[in-house]
Ligand binder design. Structure first.
Ligand code: FE2
Ligand code: FE2
Length: 320
C-alpha cells in the first residue's frame, strides 16, 4: 500500500470515529486499534469463563432447589458471554485457540476479581450485587463502543448482567433479614468483596496506560475514576436498603460535589493479585487448563461432525 493510500484510509477511519459511526470487521482500521480491541475483548472473554469458577463452587451446596436453578442459569449465562466475546474477537482475525492458549500460558489476563475465594454462600450474593454490578457500570457504555461486533455483543450481555445483579441483591436481602448468623454472613461477604469490586474499574486514570487512546478511539466512553464514582454512588443507597454496611469509614456524602467521598484503595493489593499472587490465581488457571484438556474429545467430535455435515450437505444428520 502506498503512503497516500494509507493516509486516505486513516482519514476515512478518523472521520467515521468522529461521526460516531461503527467500525465493522471488513473496514480498514489502524493496527493499534485492532490490537487494543483484541487485548480488551480477549481479557473480557477470559473473565467471563474464569468467573464461572468461584460461583460454580456453590452450585452443589445452594440452600434450595430454587437457588440452585438460579445460580446454574447465571453460571451458564457467563459461559454464553464468553462465547459471544470470543466470537467478537475472532472477527478481528485471531482464533479462539490462540486466545485460549494465551490465557492458559498467562500471556493474556482476566479480571483480578476472580482470584478471590468464595468462602460462604453469601459470597454468591455479594458477587451478584457488587461484581456483576460493577461489570454493568463498566459495560453499559461499551454498548456504544466504536467497534460494531463488540458493541452488539454488549447489548445482550448487559441485559443478562442486570438479572445477575438483581439475583445477588435479592439473595443478600434474604440473608440480611434472616437470622443473626445469616445477617453476619452477608455482612462478612460484603466486607470482603467491596474493595476488590472498586478495583475492577482499573487504576486511576492518571496511571492507566491505555485510557486516553481508548477514549480517543471511542472504545471507552468514560474514565476509570468516573465509572468508579458512579458505582459508589449507586451502591450506597442500595447498601442502606439491604441493612448492610460498606466497610469504609471515610465514605460520606459530599454536598459540594453531589457525590460520595470514599477512602483510599489499596493499590498494592491490586498489583499483587495482578502479578499472580492473589489467593486463587493458581487454582483458577490450573482448573481452566484441566477443563480444556478434558474437553478435547468434545471439540474433536464437534469438528468431525462438522466435516461430515460439510461432505453430505443434503442429509440432515450427515449420513450417506
Ligand atoms: Fe457476564
Ligand atoms: Fe454476570
Amino acid at each position: 500500500m502506498s503512503p497516500t493510500d494509507e493516509a486516505a484510509l486513516q482519514s476515512a477511519f478518523d472521520a467515521a470515529i468522529g461521526a460516531d459511526e461503527r467500525i465493522e470487521p471488513r473496514d480498514w482500521m489502524p493496527d493499534g486499534y485492532r490490537a487494543t480491541l483484541i487485548r480488551q475483548i480477549a481479557q473480557h472473554a477470559h473473565s467471563e469463563i474464569i468467573g464461572m469458577q468461584p460461583e460454580a463452587n456453590w452450585i452443589t451446596r445452594a440452600p434450595s432447589l430454587r437457588r440452585k436453578a438460579i445460580l446454574m442459569a447465571k453460571v451458564q449465562d457467563e459461559a454464553g458471554h464468553g462465547l459471544y466475546l470470543y466470537s467478537a474477537a475472532e472477527t478481528l482475525g485471531v482464533s479462539r485457540d490462540e486466545l485460549l492458549d494465551k490465557l492458559h500460558s498467562g500471556r493474556q489476563k482476566y479480571s483480578s476479581i476472580f482470584n478471590y475465594p468464595t468462602l460462604t454462600w453469601a459470597d454468591v450474593g455479594a458477587i451478584g450485587w457488587l461484581v456483576d454490578g460493577a461489570a454493568i457500570t463498566n459495560q453499559v457504555p461499551l454498548c456504544r463502543c466504536s467497534y460494531g461486533p463488540y458493541a452488539r455483543a454488549m447489548v445482550r450481555v448487559c441485559k443478562e448482567e442486570s438479572f445477575h445483579q438483581r439475583q445477588g441483591y435479592e439473595l443478600l436481602l434474604a440473608l440480611s433479614r434472616g437470622t443473626p448468623a445469616q445477617h453476619a454472613m452477608a455482612q462478612d461477604a460484603v466486607d470482603r468483596w467491596w474493595w476488590p469490586s472498586l478495583m475492577m474499574f482499573g487504576p486511576p486514570d492518571a496511571e492507566s496506560a491505555h485510557s486516553a487512546q481508548s477514549m480517543a478511539w471511542k472504545i471507552k466512553r468514560h474514565g476509570n475514576d468516573e465509572l468508579r464514582q458512579r458505582f459508589v454512588d449507586i451502591c450506597v443507597p442500595q447498601a442502606e436498603a439491604l441493612g448492610l454496611t460498606l466497610p469504609d469509614p471515610d465514605l460520606r456524602w459530599n454536598e459540594e460535589r453531589g457525590s460520595h467521598d470514599f477512602g483510599e484503595i489499596d493499590w498494592s493489593e491490586f498489583q499483587q493479585v495482578l502479578k499472580g499472587n492473589g489467593p486463587c490465581n493458581e487454582q483458577r488457571i490450573s482448573q481452566r487448563r484441566r477443563a480444556h484438556e478434558e474437553g478435547a474429545w468434545v471439540r474433536e467430535a464437534a469438528a468431525a461432525y462438522a466435516r461430515k455435515r460439510a461432505a453430505a450437505p443434503s442429509n440432515e444428520d450427515g449420513r450417506r
